[in-house]
Write a protein that binds this ligand. Structure first.
Ligand code: FAD
Length: 462
């Protein structure tokens, strides 16, 4: 592996592989199928516990209440799964990928909110049928007479609210941070609903096994969240002492930030991965943003390269050397783990999606071709570095520059890719860029005969 990129000012040389560090490839990874399997097994256990505790069901009222209870249990379980998906467990982050986890979380959230509404409606209806009253009276009775139902109702509305603000139309209208912090109400909702399960849930009142299983599940997930989202970042902050080392202009609106730290090899970060960065100065300390490593990590230096697309990314230009940094990571499954050097690789970058691919271009062994799509030559970042890496490693860079209108055609079709990369169908492909470009690049790669399992892509949107 070779890295020849020159780095400015205070930076120490980047190494693509740090001696003595266990390569990430041999670190544990949970494959998507395995994670989905574990989630399914958990759901089966939840239903089995309900089955065991339900001896008989008579009449419409009990059927409705039973269906409501099952949905309630699935909702309680679903919330735990949603939180666990975001607990930043390293094997899951590495094996599934943060962007896919975020998609699962968003999809699961929609199911959970729908289930919580159906749970409430079915329980009220079932109780009303059994008590031979109407649903309005029954709702009043449930809210006033049953322990913790009021709290659970508040929890249900909180979940519904979080679901509504997460809908695309609503989310687009608010700042990312506003949406993110509103999400924390989910934890309050879980706390409020938890006691309701134990106090009112028929499956819990008489079953020690159910009480044990559910308590263990909630406790485990709470500990994982505390460990991986609070304790580990704190430990890394103290251990590595991250600080801004310098800033460098790369292109109009694009800067690189160099971050110095101690014993960085212990992080075992890989080219292609990203960290969540919190720069501890007066204006930025309250928000953390994901940025990929744009150079292979060194023992004492990391580099990110950022395009100004909003408040945070724009403010990085003004960071002062010495600013302390809280870095969480490394995250992401966009790495070369499944790559066999004998096959060779094609890297397809669009716009600022070049950042992780720049790091991979310098470090992937074998025959590697980089195709870099940009609207104009001004937008090309790292040109000198990329050309130097290509020369040093005997790789190739193709710059595909210009808008579709200027080029008069889609520049990323299968025939174009095949003409740029001989033997493409045997190679591993890595794609990073805007959503539209990624979609058409993936279709073109498939049409060019690259099997789906060899196409890897990362989205810069969660
Ligand atoms: C895995 C990953 C790697 C990335 N790597 C790079 C990189 O190497 N270089 C680069 O320039 N950009 C990268 N991005 C994109 C970068 O994170 C956003 O452009 C940046 O956070 C925008 O913040 P802002 O305040 O400047 O803009 P805003 O206007 O606040 O946000 C613009 C959009 O960025 C997204 N975003 C904003 N804040 C966050 C956040 N805290 N977490 C997640 N998404 C957010 C939202 O979709 C939002 O709509 C990456 C994103 C992801 C998810």
């Amino acid at each position: 592996m070779t890295s020849v990129a020159r780095r400015p000012g205070p930076a120490a040389p980047v190494r693509s592989q740090v001696p003595g560090v266990k390569p990430q490839a041999v670190r544990s990874k949970a494959k998507p199928g395995f994670v989905l399997g574990v989630i399914a097994v958990g759901a089966v256990i939840v239903l089995a516990l309900w089955w065991q505790d339900t001896t008989s069901v008579h009449g419409l009222g009990e059927w409705l209440t039973g269906a409501g209870r099952i949905l309630g249990l699935l909702c309680g379980y679903g919330v735990v799964v949603l939180v666990a998906l975001m607990a930043r467990l390293p094997p899951v982050e590495r094996g599934v990928g943060t962007d896919r986890l975020a998609r699962w979380h968003a999809m699961g959230g929609r199911y959970v909110v729908s289930i919580v509404v159906a749970h409430g409606l079915l329980i009220v209806w079932g109780y009303a049928v059994t008590a031979r009253t109407n649903v309005v009276n029954e709702s009043g009775a449930l809210l006033t007479q049953y322990p913790d139902v009021l709290m659970a109702t508040v929890a249900g509305f909180l979940l519904l609210g979080v679901g509504i603000v997460s809908m695309r139309a609503a989310r687009r209208r608010m700042r990312y941070e506003t949406w993110y912090y509103l999400h924390f109400y989910t934890y309050l909702a879980i706390a409020l609903a938890f006691s309701h399960q134990f106090a009112d849930g028929a499956s819990f009142i008489n079953s020690l096994a159910a009480r044990f299983w559910w308590s263990a599940m909630y406790l485990t997930v709470a500990l994982l969240v505390l460990w991986y989202r609070v304790a580990v970042p704190w430990r890394d902050y103290v251990r590595h002492g991250f600080r801004v080392a310098g800033i460098r202009d790369e292109a109009p609106g694009v800067v690189s930030v160099y971050i110095r730290g101690n014993r960085l090899e212990e992080l075992a970060a890989e080219p292609g991965q990203f960290f969540r960065w919190r720069f501890l100065d007066r204006s930025l300390w309250w928000s953390s943003h994901p940025y990929s490593l744009s150079a292979a990590p060194g023992r004492d230096m990391l580099r990110i390269t950022v395009k100004d697309l909003g408040d945070h990314s724009r403010a990085l230009r003004a960071l002062r050397p010495g600013t302390r940094v809280w870095a969480e990571g490394p995250f992401g499954a966009f790495t070369a783990n499944s790559y066999a050097p004998s096959r060779g690789a094609v890297l397809l970058a669009g716009g600022v999606g070049i950042t992780p691919l720049r790091a991979m271009f310098a470090s992937l062994p074998g025959r590697v071709t980089l195709i870099y799509r940009a609207r104009s030559w001004r937008d090309i970042v790292f040109r000198e570095e990329l050309d130097a890496i290509a020369r040093a490693r005997g790789g190739r860079v193709h710059y595909v520059v210009g808008s579709r209108a200027e080029l008069g055609t889609d520049p990323l079709t299968a025939p174009v890719l095949l003409s740029l990369v001989p033997g493409l169908h045997k190679q591993e492909a890595y794609v990073c860029g805007p959503a539209g470009m990624t979609e058409s690049a993936v279709s073109a790669l498939l049409a060019a005969g690259v099997p789906r399992r060899r196409i890897h892509y990362e989205s810069f949107e969660f």
